[in-house]
Design a protein around this ligand. Structure first.
Ligand code: ADP
Ligand code: MG
Length: 148
């Protein structure tokens, strides 16, 4: 597999699919970062760690990799939900992530309610998995503490 997978780039605007309105904002990477994913990197939901340039802490995250319907499913997106309540948005920040594990395939949900439940379950599973002792070392990975 490709894990752990390291990625970094500027936080850009997504497509206003209302993630924030659902209480689950997702920081989007620009296309050039997504293009660096290995060709056979599976779409789906992952867990890992994240750090933004305006905050000194490393946080847990849940990330989805999927095809963007806006571009007729020709362009992939990487959307990272950081498990922390930030006081303000951080568009333009430099985001670094280490992807550590895979949770599930992308699914089509019957209702918004089902989708939200699934995402909450993903976040909860990510939270548990990221406490595993063999993953703790990544919280101190030099990748997070070198500029940019
Ligand atoms: P967009 O469609 O622009 O990605 P979202 O509704 O997904 O909009 O919100 C994402 C933005 O919310 C991020 O770019 C970031 O600036 C901000 N944000 C605030 N808290 C978080 C968080 N915990 N995780 C991810 N992004 C967050
Ligand atoms: Mg988003």
């Amino acid at each position: 597999t490709h894990l752990p997978f390291y990625a970094e780039g500027t936080v850009v605007s997504g497509f206003g699919r209302g993630s924030k309105e659902l209480g689950i904002p997702t920081a989007n990477f620009p296309e050039d970062v997504v293009k660096k994913l290995p060709e056979n990197f599976k779409c789906g939901v992952y867990y890992g760690l994240a750090k933004i340039s305006s905050n000194e802490n490393v946080f847990k995250m849940t990330m989805s990799v999927g095809w963007n319907p806006y571009y007729h499913n020709t362009v992939k997106t990487m959307e990272t939900h950081i498990m922390h309540e930030f006081e303000s948005d951080f568009y333009g920040d430099h985001l670094k992530i280490i992807v550590l594990g895979y949770i599930r395939d992308m699914l089509n949900f019957k209702s918004l309610e089902d989708l939200i439940k699934a995402i909450q379950a993903d976040i909860s599973e990510s939270n548990t998995k990221l406490d595993e002792s063999e993953l703790l070392k990544y919280r101190e990975d030099p990748f997070f503490f070198t500029s940019p």
